[in-house]
Design a protein around this ligand. Structure first.
Ligand SMILES: [Zn+2]
Length: 89
């Protein structure tokens, strides 16, 4: 009955059924190298930001400009809609 990290549900069943459940534990410690190797994939990616050709505001490529609502030289999101969405949120 002295398991360290027990959920409330597990504790409930232990209490009622008298069953002891112990979570799986690692047999051996992982070396610092192994830890570092795993963490080599922990990295931030810088978003690719392009300039809107119409209003020169920064925007994501292949996305509608949030400032002017244009995409590929065409008005996709009218100004009223954009302002209404902002007011609601
Ligand atoms: Zn724009």
């Amino acid at each position: 009955m002295t398991t360290g990290n027990r959920s409330l549900v597990t504790g409930f069943f232990e209490h009622n059924l008298g069953v002891q459940t112990i979570m799986a534990l690692p047999k051996r410690r992982h070396s610092k190298t192994r830890q570092a190797k795993r963490r080599t994939h922990w990295k931030l990616t810088v978003p690719n930001i392009v300039e809107c050709p119409r209003c020169h505001a920064p925007r994501l490529p292949h996305h509608v400009c949030t400032e002017c609502g244009f995409y590929n030289g065409r008005l996709v999101i009218p100004k009223k809609e954009r302002k209404g969405e902002k007011a609601e949120r």
